[in-house]
Design a protein around this ligand. Structure first.
Ligand code: SAM
Length: 284
């Protein structure tokens, strides 16, 4: 295919021409390295037949690499200047992919599932270099709203990648780890140097891979399970008996629910799997 990826000089030129000054507020750090975007597209294991949701396409670096695989892409961008320019960038650099690409001007937190569909086809994968300040909420919103997603590959701040991929008992295991595990098997996909971005961010980045799986079986709703998770980690140094007193109504009620779910009341939230949180929420 004749896709011509964007290099550092292209990104700077494009930004200059559009009068784009990258803002921290929108997490605008653009990838200026073709190897990095190809690596992301390869790890995402996407190709012809996939409909990819890309969040925050920016100037199109990653978008072009995604289209190069043969996949179709619906990109969601909040910045009107960037969203308006994307079709021209795709037409110039990947003319054969124009029919497989569309852009939605929206905040990813507010986007409707129907806006991510094309001719009745639903998204199969999410791939994104996420805006760092809203990475976790954006990710969880998508996982919730788009149940047809089979997989995901996102780049986030390394520390956030660690948290998302953490296992029970790990130091970084917490609310994002459990909530992401509700939807998918989550694994660390590797580090990315900050030198591949313009402007160069203050933090390192990491890749996280998602493989969707059925929710844990429970009679509790997703909201009930997540409320239990939030309560358990709000006071993560306390035993679950104490941390969940407010959630259950009293420490005794928390202990009763914990025992019913087969969990030692003296344990801490950081030790529980998502399946155990699901059982606990149902036991209240
Ligand atoms: N994908 C591009 C790349 O890799 O070079 C840009 C990634 S940059 C880290 C994040 C992008 O997300 C920016 O283009 C920014 O304007 C956009 N963005 C920020 N907040 C957003 C939101 N809430 N919804 C959709 N896009 C957002």
């Amino acid at each position: 295919m004749s896709t011509s990826l964007l290099g550092a000089a292209d990104i700077r030129q494009l930004a200059d021409r559009l009068g784009v000054r990258p803002t921290k507020q929108l997490g605008q750090n653009f990838v200026v390295d073709a190897n990095t975007v190809r690596r992301i597209a390869r790890l995402a294991q996407i190709g012809e037949g996939d409909l990819v949701t890309e969040i925050g396409p920016g100037l199109g670096s990653l978008t072009l690499a995604l289209l190069e695989t043969g996949a179709a892409v619906v990109a969601v961008e909040i910045d009107p200047k960037l969203a308006a320019e994307l079709p021209a960038t795709i037409a110039a650099r990947a003319p054969e992919a124009v029919d497989r690409f569309s852009v939605v001007l929206s905040d990813a937190l507010l986007v409707q599932t129907a806006q991510l569909e094309v001719d009745g086809r639903t998204p199969t994968a999410v791939v994104a270099n996420l805006p760092y300040n809203v990475a976790v909420p954006v990710l969880l919103t998508l996982l919730e709203r788009v149940p047809t997603l089979r997989s995901g590959l996102v780049m986030v701040q390394a520390e956030v990648a660690d948290r998302l991929a953490a296992r029970p008992g790990d130091k970084t295991y917490g609310v994002p780890s459990v909530k992401a595990a509700w939807y998918a098997d989550v694994t660390w996909g590797g580090a990315v140097s900050r030198q591949v971005f313009w402007p160069v961010p203050n933090v390192e980045s990491g890749l996280v891979q998602f493989t969707a799986r059925p929710h844990p079986q429970t009679s509790a709703t997703r909201e009930e399970v997540f409320a239990c998770v939030d309560a358990a980690f709000a006071q993560r140094r306390k035993t679950l008996r104490a941390a969940l007193a407010g959630w259950a109504g009293s420490a005794d009620a928390a202990e009763a629910a914990l025992r019913k779910a087969g969990i030692d009341p003296r344990t801490r939230g950081e030790k529980l799997t998502v399946e155990q949180f699901a059982e606990l929420a149902a036991a209240r």
